[in-house]
Design a protein around this ligand. Structure first.
Ligand SMILES: Cc1ncc(C[n+]2csc(CCOP(=O)(O)OP(=O)(O)O)c2C)c(N)n1
Ligand SMILES: [Mg+2]
Length: 320
């Protein structure tokens, strides 16, 4: 892979890491409230996969969505404003952390229901087929979501109807405080795809270049063959399930072992070793990213909260 592209992947991962660290700080300060799930440790998955599809392709995901929204090109300012519950947020401040949404960027959420985005991916896939266009849907979901009925229903219909959906499982070994060993009859979840006649593969989710290359090739097949496929990336979250998680279900040693595989450190070391990344360039990227995050916080802080009169807008029920 050429060095410019690898530098770009590195920059995006750093941006998301810093953005999430700032999000955590803002939460502790009381600027952000409610549920808030950080993506720290898993950046290689969102960045690698989303960078490998077209801008016109669709992304759907679960509630660990800030980083993926940014990777899809959603403005970090509007993501932070949404986290703050402000009117300038991508969902007008009414969705919060779990409901990032930007139709223009074809980022179709952000879903608080575990596995809830899988049927949405099938629906979008069906619309693409119906309109005879060549977009695809990249659908992220967790290992916990793979145990939901919606997973099986969605895989069945996507295969039966030949829909262009790339199902992407982020297997971070835990669904809240429950380890995969305690929740699933198999640990390699991608094998389930075979039951629905769907091609599958397992990749290293801590290696952004591997994620990018696997997604690029798979997305190409999904587009040309108009068939769903599944990728399972083995990954790990370095922080708790949400910001309010005491993490009693896993050992500090286990977390430390995974941190050795930090996707950002890995790529930085590789690029430094090849002479592509210098200390000066590292600092330049850090400074750039710092100012993007600082501006996002300032923007979010300045934006007003939505007015009380807007409470019945953008809801199915309408006025009552
Ligand atoms: C249908 C449904 N059941 C239960 C929950 C509560 N819940 C929220 S997150 C979560 C764990 C899901 O884990 P996973 O799919 O592995 O995603 P991760 O948090 O690891 O990214 C659960 C059970 C929910 N939000 N929706
Ligand atoms: Mg999980």
């Amino acid at each position: 892979m050429d060095s410019d592209l690898r530098l770009e992947l590195y920059r995006k991962m750093i941006l998301i890491r810093r953005f999430e660290e700032k999000t955590n700080q803002m939460y502790q300060k009381g600027k952000i409230t409610g549920f808030c799930h950080l993506y720290i440790g898993e950046e290689a998955v969102g960045v690698g996969a989303i960078s490998a599809i077209r801008e016109t392709d669709y992304v759907v995901t679960g509630y660990r969505d800030h980083g993926q929204a940014i990777a899809k090109g959603v403005d970090p300012k509007r993501v932070m404003a949404e986290l703050f519950g402000k009117e300038a947020g991508v969902s007008k401040g009414k969705g919060g952390s779990m409901h990032m949404f930007d139709k223009e960027k074809r980022f179709m959420g952000g879903d608080a229901i575990v596995g809830g985005d899988l049927p949405l991916a099938v629906g979008i896939g069906f619309a693409i087929k119906y309109q005879k266009i060549d977009d695809i849907v990249l659908c992220f979901f967790g290992d916990g979501a793979a145990n939901e009925g919606a997973f099986h229903e969605s895989f069945n219909l996507a295969s039966l109807w030949n829909l262009p959906v790339l199902f992407f499982c982020e297997n971070n070994k835990y669904g809240m405080g429950t380890s995969i060993e305690r929740a699933s009859s198999i640990e390699d979840l991608a094998k389930r795809a075979a039951c629905y006649n769907i091609e599958w593969q397992i990749i290293d989710g801590m290696d952004v270049v591997e994620v990018y290359e696997a997604t690029r090739k798979t997305a190409g097949r999904v587009r040309s063959q108009k068939r769903p496929e599944m990728i399972e990336a083995k990954t790990y979250r370095f922080k708790g399930h949400s910001v309010a998680d005491p993490e009693v279900y896993r050992t500090k040693e286990e977390v430390e072992q995974w941190k050795v595989r930090d996707p950002i450190d890995r790529l930085r070391n590789k690029l430094k070793g090849e002479g592509i990344l210098t200390d000066e360039k590292i600092k330049q990227i850090d400074d750039e990213v710092e100012s993007v995050c600082g501006e996002a916080i300032e923007f979010a802080d300045k934006s007003p909260f939505p007015p009380a009169s807007a409470v019945c807008e953008h809801v199915y029920a309408g006025k009552f």
